[in-house]
Write a protein that binds this ligand. Structure first.
Ligand code: FEO
Length: 173
């Protein structure tokens, strides 16, 4: 049993996860355009992860007997001048997601909705990892500055990122 207020809030957040997926897919395209194939891969993996997050909310709501409501997705920005700018915007966006997850968790606790609280726990942990990865890359990019060789080294590292389907995840693209 889930309250209407809780399911509405989760449904709203589910749409934000879809927006996140689109945001990173656009960044992947932009990175490719900048000649940064490794970064394009990194953002494409991020896009796929966000689709999993979206599907986790979709499946949870469906399992709770909620008919989901897909909102038209907002257009995402696709103009970035550098990889550093993209990573800084990524961190800022993830910090927004973290605060949304925290608010949802607080709502679940206040409503004594333990099923939703437990469902959200995976996301609480995931956000620590997401923000940490972004901070690491920002620090490295700041160290190399405008040095092309340094940027290409980081790009090569970003090219190593591999998408891993989390255990028990609903299938997604
Ligand atoms: Fe779905 Fe990047 O948080």
């Amino acid at each position: 049993m889930i309250s209407t207020q809780m399911s509405d809030a989760l449904n709203k957040h589910m749409n934000l996860e879809l927006y996140s997926a689109h945001l990173y897919l656009a960044m992947s395209s932009r990175a490719n355009d900048l000649g940064l194939k490794g970064a394009a891969n990194w953002f494409f993996v991020q896009y796929r992860e966000e689709m999993i997050h979206f599907m986790k909310f979709y499946s949870y709501l469906t399992d709770q007997g909620v008919v989901i409501s897909l909102q038209a997705s907002e257009a995402v920005p696709n103009e970035y001048n550098s990889l550093l700018e993209m990573m800084q915007k990524t961190l800022k966006h993830e910090q927004l997601i973290t605060s949304c997850i925290n608010e949802l968790s607080e709502q679940a606790v206040n409503e004594k909705d333990h099923a939703t609280r437990i469902f959200l726990q995976w996301f609480v942990t995931e956000q620590i990892e997401e923000e940490n990865n972004d901070r690491d890359l920002i620090a490295k990019l700041k160290l190399v500055g405008d040095n092309g060789h340094g940027i290409l080294m980081i790009d090569g590292e970003m090219g190593q990122r591999v998408f891993v389907l989390p255990v028990g995840s609903p299938l997604a693209v």
